[in-house]
Design a protein around this ligand. Structure first.
Ligand SMILES: *Cc1c(COP(=O)(O)O)cnc(C)c1O
Length: 421
């Protein structure tokens, strides 16, 4: 459920009409709903209670500091995958002891940054990384709390670009080598082993791969404990999928996911961490665009929008589906027309949808892409020198621009001309 509904014939974000935001900030723009973010975060904390737990929002899905502050104020932890994301979490006021650092290629600079600023744990993904972290921690006179990310070799049954838990993926250490790797971690002077980490992929629409992975983690916990390691935390990753179409998709609910966690690892006496991104942010955001032209082609009609693949890359990158709806509510049983919905970028890949049925729309009309909160704004670029589009946060009946559209002046100033020109 989200808080984007038609009221008096106009699509609203909570109590704000999207037409009002469009008039003030121009299109295209992203808009996020505080109530939806809050609701999704709470679904997870409720699903995991009464287990001791921390829900760490995966910043990479939606990293605006105002969004992070919204979630951080509710008590959320943060899962970061770069020094930049770490700084965003800190800028949002999230204390270091609620930040976990994931990622397969942390640099020494990033380790230093997090060790100095405070960190709950590093999820380390290889032996060379462990050795580097131990070195940096020792040089700073501190110990780095770590969980080792294990690769459980399970098929997440999701898009190949976002499956991470098979042995051929670059992530984690093979679970079969865990004993050896933990033994080395225990010997390294700068590290303190606190737990185990696993993350098998994104947009999972079934619980079964989680179950397989978590059962392996439960076994591993017992084995590592028998080998003398102190395992007090299990980081079970993110990845729970969301419905991208209103009609026929029913991915598992956070409550079922929580029950699965309790069933598989609940009796181990560990604190559980999870790292959901998409399920918290995905359906909490829309991309709103205007129709520039309706172009009648040969055998097909094109809706040319002022948003493009550089603003929302998921359709061209993953073949992803986004529901696209008119902002003005069409009358019941209004006639529809099939459109290819495209952006102005000079690539055929700049196509959001093919043969999509939409109520009749005209130049200047507004349309909204649903489920655009996750992996939308964060993956945007300025390809074709199209400025990054604004982000807007709605809370009840008011809204604020939380990232302004840069001016062309600002964009051009980033390029510098060398002295020989
Ligand atoms: C991407 C990622 C997540 C979040 O995945 P979602 O599908 O957005 O929930 C969590 N943890 C790690 C390590 C990731 O790489």
């Amino acid at each position: 459920m989200d808080h984007f509904l038609y009221k008096n014939g106009t699509l609203h974000a909570e109590d704000v009409a999207l037409t009002e935001i469009a008039a003030q900030v121009g299109t295209p723009f992203y808009v996020y709903s505080t109530a939806t973010l809050t609701r999704h975060y709470r679904l997870f904390t409720e699903a995991l209670s009464p287990l001791p737990h921390l829900v760490c929002f995966a910043i990479k899905s939606l990293s605006n500091v105002a969004v992070l502050k919204t979630l951080g104020n509710l008590g959320a932890g943060m899962d970061v995958v770069s020094g930049g994301e770490y700084l965003r979490a800190k800028a949002a006021g999230v204390p270091g002891d609620r930040i976990v650092f994931s990622g397969v290629g942390k640099t020494r600079e990033e380790m230093r940054l997090a060790l100095t600023g405070g960190i709950r744990q590093f999820n380390v993904e290889s032996e060379p990384e462990m050795r580097a972290l131990s070195e940096i921690a020792t040089s700073l006179g501190v110990t780095a709390p770590i969980a080792v990310r294990v690769n459980p070799d399970v098929d997440a049954k999701t898009h190949e670009k976002i499956a991470t838990g098979k042995k051929e993926n670059k992530f984690g250490i093979p679970i079969a080598r865990a004993s050896q790797v933990y033994a080395e971690a225990a010997r390294l002077p700068g590290l303190q082993v606190v737990g185990i980490d696993v993350h098998i992929g994104s947009q999972l629409t079934e619980l079964e791969p989680f179950e397989q992975a978590y059962l392996k983690i439960a076994d591993l916990t017992r084995r590592l404990r028998s080998e003398g390691h102190t395992i007090t935390r299990l980081d079970l990753g993110g990845g729970l999928g969301i419905p991208y179409t209103r009609s026929n998709e029913a991915p598992p609910l956070p409550t079922d996911y929580g029950a699965l966690i309790k069933r598989t690892v609940g009796d181990l006496g560990c604190e559980v961490e999870i790292e959901p991104g998409r399920l918290i942010s995905g359906n909490a955001g829309l991309l709103v665009a205007s129709v520039i032209y309706v172009k009648n082609g040969e055998g097909r009609d094109f809706l040319i929008l002022d948003a493009a693949m550089n603003d929302l890359v998921r359709p061209s990158m993953y073949g992803a589906h986004h529901d696209i709806v008119p902002v003005m509510e069409p009358p019941v049983a209004a006639p529809t027309q099939e459109f290819d919905i495209v952006g102005p970028v000079c690539e055929t890949g700049d196509t959001f949808a093919k043969g999509r049925d939409l109520p009749l729309v005209a130049e200047g009309d507004l349309v909204a892409f649903r489920s655009a909160g996750a992996y939308g704004a964060v993956m945007a670029s300025e390809y074709n020198t199209r400025p990054l589009i604004p982000e807007v946060l709605v809370n009840g009946d008011h809204f604020a621009v939380i990232r302004a559209r840069p001016s062309f002046d600002e964009i051009l100033k980033r390029d510098t001309i060398p002295s020989w020109l």
